[in-house]
Design a binder for this molecule. Structure first.
Ligand code: SAM
Ligand code: SF4
Length: 266
């Protein structure tokens, strides 16, 4: 499936919740966000329907994100249902890792292929500060559990201020090297100011080669992280919303005033 700039679109990122068990300083305010009312949160049946429809259109790569996907009740069942759909080559999740010790094995059993874990520092105090209260040891345990469960390759996402490696990122890099993990760093972005760049070691932020569409936790297709465009699957129907998102995908990202990272999924 090509968009109007002849980019092949095969990747759908789904934010399954806007809620989170951390409050990373660059992502969420301390008091959390005014959560989307429960009835507006996309239901699992809707997600499965969307995924089934988009597979037929050419999507073969799915990533579940959030908010924190592991705080969404029933997430393992969602993975199980998605894994049963024919046509997904890559079924992945991005998580902060806090609950991964408990979830890694059930997720792998359910059919999840791989996981990206976000970790900006390995220093316990700094981690607590950056996430406003997170316990890095839970993430370390989660990483071990994910390795044991065979969720591979295991990638670590590290957000840095500015656009080069920081001391914290270097320490995360060394930790990754000694523990057989892939490492990539992401410059801190700002949606409303339109500040973004290429993910180092990843595929995000490169508009010319962008292969993504997104589904927000309140059921809207978004053609671009850095755009206000969004198309509600409930108002327009899945097919119509999808076509509008595909055809409306901008050539380049600009700014996004409608979303925060936690409801669009980073
Ligand atoms: N809670 C999960 C996590 O933290 O991995 C998934 C959702 S989170 C919004 C997805 C990714 O977006 C994470 O890797 C996070 O570090 C990144 N992110 C959040 N806010 C960001 C920002 N302002 N700039 C760059 N990346 C950001
Ligand atoms: Fe939560 Fe992920 Fe945002 Fe941190 S980056 S507050 S873990 S959603």
């Amino acid at each position: 499936m090509l968009d109007k700039f002849s980019r092949k679109i095969n990747y759908l990122r789904i934010s399954v919740t806007d809620r989170c068990n951390l409050r990373c300083r660059y992502c969420m305010p301390e008091e959390g966000v005014c959560s989307i009312p429960h009835k507006e949160i996309i239901r699992f049946e809707e997600i499965v329907e969307v995924v089934r429809f988009t597979i037929d259109k050419g999507i073969d790569k799915i990533r579940l994100t959030g908010g924190e996907p592991l705080v969404r009740k029933g997430i393992v069942n969602l993975v199980k249902e998605l894994a049963l759909l024919k046509g997904i080559k890559d079924l992945a999740m991005t998580t902060n890792g806090i609950l991964l010790n408990e979830f890694a094995e059930p997720l792998a059993q359910a059919g999840l292929h791989r996981i990206n874990i976000s970790m900006d520092t390995i220093d316990p105090e700094k981690f607590r500060y950056l996430t406003r209260g997170g316990d890095i040891n839970k993430v370390f345990e989660g990483i071990k559990a994910a390795q044991k469960a065979g969720l591979s390759p295991l990638k670590i996402n590290c957000v840095v201020e500015g656009n080069s490696m920081t001391k914290d990122a270097e320490a995360v890099f060394n930790y990754c090297k000694s523990n057989g993990l892939e490492f990539r760093y992401i410059s801190q972005m700002n949606l409303s100011e339109g500040i973004f760049q290429v993910v180092h070691g990843g595929t995000g932020g490169d508009c010319q080669h962008c292969n993504r569409l997104r589904l927000t936790s309140n059921g809207k297709f978004k053609p671009c992280l850095f755009s206000d465009l969004e198309y509600d699957i409930r108002e327009l129907g899945i097919e119509n919303a999808f076509e509008k998102a595909l055809n409306g995908k901008p050539e380049k990202g600009t700014k996004n005033h409608n979303n925060c990272f936690n409801n669009i999924g980073g």
